[in-house]
Design a protein around this ligand. Structure first.
Ligand SMILES: Cc1cc2nc3c(=O)[nH]c(=O)nc-3n(C[C@H](O)[C@H](O)[C@H](O)COP(=O)(O)O)c2cc1C
Length: 311
């Protein structure tokens, strides 16, 4: 596994890309706090908007800040991929994360300027394909993740991927405190890919009612279903009920749909979250979330050192 990180970071955490939630404010706040910040390009409805966001991010960040990343959907339904790639070549995000499709379409563009390609993977089959495509890293999305979720335990996932991949591993899924970050690093991950923890950040674009629901809900308030987008995703049950759906009687749709206007509308009214919910007790700025994560991480590392010294 890699002996060191490719970036100087205060904490090996990436604020993971979230549809309709992550904008330049959250990305900049995360990078300024010393972690990575990412957003999915479908959050911009036009290439001009994406151009403006990438300009805003690159203008705001200094070399000493954490790395920023753009997350591209490489599924065939993403008709904006060519526009995305032109802007990637122009603004050169240090990391490009591919999701819901093969990383191959982005490799040449990102490698040409020395950027890193990470593939978001939810199974070992996808992880093997990503390794074969020559990615620099993977975001291994495990059970407990918010949004489109995986099914493997993060520990099992890291361990299995490490048998055939020696690049960077970012692991996500229900990890929302610094002790979890320490556990993932001890298990062989290089980064933690953390979405849910930042849903109720002050800089998140979630509506206030969504943030309130995140603060007041716990893991038992979640349901994993493929009925909303065609792919298993973890949703807040109270948001389904508020939208008139019965969480116990969801039916699967016929087609996968990630990008259409109706897909966007669904994510606006139906709110996704992962099992890290229990760590969120109020809305707070990203800088404070990262400070808390760092304190928890140092505590856990100290406990680990003390326990291993005694062993
Ligand atoms: C509301 C929400 C929206 C998300 N949207 C996306 C997305 O557009 N693209 C993507 O690759 N992952 C998306 N994710 C998944 C995150 O990038 C990340 O994998 C996940 O949040 C990690 O698990 P955690 O939520 O338990 O921290 C989303 C997650 C949430 C909670």
């Amino acid at each position: 596994m890699p002996a060191s990180l490719p970036f100087k970071m205060r904490l090996p955490v990436i604020a993971a890309p979230m549809f309709l939630i992550s904008g330049p404010e959250l990305v900049i706040a995360a990078c300024k706090a010393g972690i990575g910040g990412a957003f999915p390009t479908p959050n911009c409805r036009t290439a001009a908007e994406l151009d403006a966001w990438m300009g805003q991010i690159t203008d705001a960040l200094a070399p000493s800040d954490g790395p920023w990343a753009a997350n591209l959907i490489t599924h065939s339904t993403n008709k904006g991929l060519a526009d995305d790639l032109a802007l990637i070549a122009q603004y050169r995000p240090p990391v490009v994360i591919t999701a819901l499709g093969s990383p191959k379409p982005v490799m040449e563009t990102v490698k040409a300027y020395g950027g890193l390609v990470f593939a978001d993977v939810t199974s070992l089959g996808l992880a093997r394909k990503a390794a074969d495509a020559g990615v620099d890293g993977m975001a291994c999305i495990s059970a407990g993740a918010g949004g489109h979720t995986g099914h493997l335990s993060p520990f099992a996932f890291i361990s299995a991927v490490r048998q055939f991949f020696d690049g960077y591993i970012a692991v996500g899924g229900g990890i929302a405190d610094g002790a979890g970050v320490a556990g993932a690093v001890a298990a062989g991950a290089d980064f933690v890919y953390m979405g849910t923890r930042f849903l109720a950040a002050s800089e998140s674009r979630a509506q206030d009612a969504y943030k309130d629901m995140v603060v007041s809900s716990g893991p038992d308030d979640l349901i994993v279903s493929n009925a909303i987008t065609g792919t298993n995703a973890s949703w807040l049950k109270p948001s389904l009920i508020a939208a008139g759906l019965d969480p116990d009687a969801l039916t699967a749709p016929t087609a996968r749909d990630y990008n259409s206007g109706s897909a966007q509308k669904r994510w606006k009214d139906l709110w996704a979250a992962g099992q890290g919910l229990q760590t969120i007790d109020r809305v707070m700025p990203t800088s404070q979330i990262v400070a808390r994560l760092e304190a928890e991480y140092r505590d856990a590392a100290g406990r680990f050192t003390a326990l291993t010294a005694r062993a």
